[in-house]
Design a protein around this ligand. Structure first.
Ligand code: UD1
Ligand code: MG
Length: 456
């Protein structure tokens, strides 16, 4: 089996400077989503028909996919005819899809292929019954329920507009390439759009079967921003339902966006307005409270995250993050770590039982076990002269007083104490040291009264 993807169209209805297939659909492009589904069918070849923004699309195809250029976009029949050029006929059927239908399930395509083969039909069509079918080609059947043709929206009579069964734009052709190619050549463009419609291949002299998609969201074709929004919602509902069935609680599912690649274990609770993207993994019994944004991160079990952003980071068991923490790429937290409010961590390792409870910046640092970092502590990692980011190494058991600055590169040995307000510029390699850099405090008694007297 081979698959041909029609993707040369200009997508004018999408109103974008970027090909619609390159737009994001919950963490992957529309193109990647349809490609993943097609590869699951294990085809021998996936062949693209490209035109508009050919270079941009070709750049993200892998060596496993091939493509041909459709120089003028004259319609889907012309696109397929272009796609069939130089395509070797191995005697097997082949699958044709539009690039803008990314929600179709692999199992549905397998059913379509099987039905076409079992019925020895020449063409298998995927269809669905829609409440609001406008915009789609309608399936016209005769009194014996046999498919007679597909009529495009703009060419429909008022009576045909009532037909609710629509064409998904996904076809399995079970006929020799040469025969299909000859039929495509005979299609005319005498219609309202003056395009060569692939749908005109359907003719009563061919045996045509249809596989009706029960979940009509699967056939959603993305032609406009409104369609994209519908597709995001549909994929999101599908993803969240699947997680709910596995034991995840969503307090307000309609306000969350979760990518289908995310894995969340049972008994974790997700609050309102959370976004969880990429291949993030969240273990069981976690509580992800409202407005958290988690991308490509791994979170173990029993961890709480409140109103925080976590990007490309790893968090251990029993951690507490936020409210309002920002874990940037490369943050690695062991078990029982506390990251409190307004704390930013970047490219740093924090060992178990350490706490950074308030208002700190920790960057390019390695922090030992049982460390306590006082409010307002900063690791000054950026050398503005060289432009380098330098490392801070803090040993086990170190306690850092509030409002301290550690000017990197710097190392602090185990169990040292740093007094509040200290600016540490030299490494301390002897453990159990007290480090202070502030001036001794002086008190001038009655200074205020005397000053006032002086001023009269
Ligand atoms: C198409 C179908 C319609 C179906 C709908 C399902 C036709 C004539 N109509 O309509 O019956 O209900 O999909 O979503 O086929 N393309 C090319 N070259 C061209 C023109 C288009 O490669 O010259 C590609 C586009 O990039 C796109 C696909 O073909 O991926 C379909 O084109 P599109 O304009 O989206 O067709 P629809 O109006 O959605
Ligand atoms: Mg379309």
């Amino acid at each position: 089996m081979k698959a041909i993807v029609l993707a040369a169209g200009k997508s004018t209805r999408f109103k974008s400077n970027k090909h619609k297939a390159l737009h994001d659909l919950l963490g992957k492009t529309i193109l990647e989503r349809i490609l993943n589904t097609l590869w699951e069918l294990q085809p021998k070849q996936i062949h693209f028909v490209l035109g508009y923004q050919l270079e941009q699309i070709a750049a993200i195809l892998t060596n496993a996919e091939t493509y041909i250029e459709q120089i003028e976009q004259l319609g889907t029949a012309h696109a397929l005819q272009t796609g069939l050029k130089n395509l070797e006929d191995d005697g097997n059927g082949f699958f044709v899809t539009c690039v803008d239908t990314p929600l179709v399930r692999t199992e549905t395509l397998k059913r379509l292929i099987k039905k076409t083969q079992d019925c020895s039909a020449a063409i298998g069509l995927l269809t669905a019954n829609l409440h609001n079918p406008s915009g789609y080609g309608r399936i016209v059947k005769n009194e014996n329920n046999l498919i007679q043709g597909i009529i495009e929206e703009k060419d429909l009579t008022n009576e045909q507009k009532q037909i609710q069964e629509v064409n998904a734009g996904l076809y399995y052709f079970n006929m020799p390439i040469q025969q299909l190619s000859d039929r495509l050549k005979s299609i005319s463009n005498k219609n309202k759009q003056n395009e060569y419609y692939l749908t005109d291949i359907i003719s009563p002299d061919l045996k045509i079967v249809s596989e009706i998609c029960e979940d009509s969201d699967e056939i959603l074709g993305i032609n406009s921003r409104i369609d994209l929004e519908k597709a995001i919602q549909a994929l999101n509902v599908r993803t969240i339902k699947c997680l709910q069935e596995k034991g995840v609680t969503f307090l307000s599912p309609e306000s969350c966006l979760i990518s289908p690649e995310a894995k969340i274990e049972a008994d974790t609770i997700i609050g309102p307005n959370c976004q969880i993207y990429g291949s993030s993994q969240i273990g069981s019994n976690c509580y992800i409270a409202g407005n958290s944004f988690i991308q490509s991160s791994i979170i173990a079990e029993n961890t709480q995250i409140r109103y925080s952003q976590i990007i490309e980071s790893q968090i251990g068991n029993n951690c507490s993050i936020g409210p309002f923490a920002n874990l940037r790429p490369g943050s690695q937290l062991a078990n029982n770590v506390v990251i409190g409010d307004f704390v930013e961590v970047k490219n740093s390792q924090i060992a178990q039982n350490s706490k950074i409870p308030h208002l700190s910046y920790i960057g390019d640092s390695s922090i030992g076990e049982d460390v306590n970092i006082g409010a307002g502590t900063i690791t000054a990692n950026f050398d503005a002269i060289s432009g380098n980011k330098n490392k801070t190494q803090i040993g086990n058991g170190v306690k850092i007083g509030s409002n301290s600055v550690l000017v990197a590169p710097i190392e602090i040995a185990d169990n040292c104490f740093i007094g509040a307000g200290t600016i540490v510029t030299e490494s301390v390699r002897k453990s159990n040291s007290l480090i202070l850099s502030r001036c001794p405090q002086s008190i001038k008694e009655d200074w205020v009264l005397k000053k006032k007297e002086e001023l009269g």
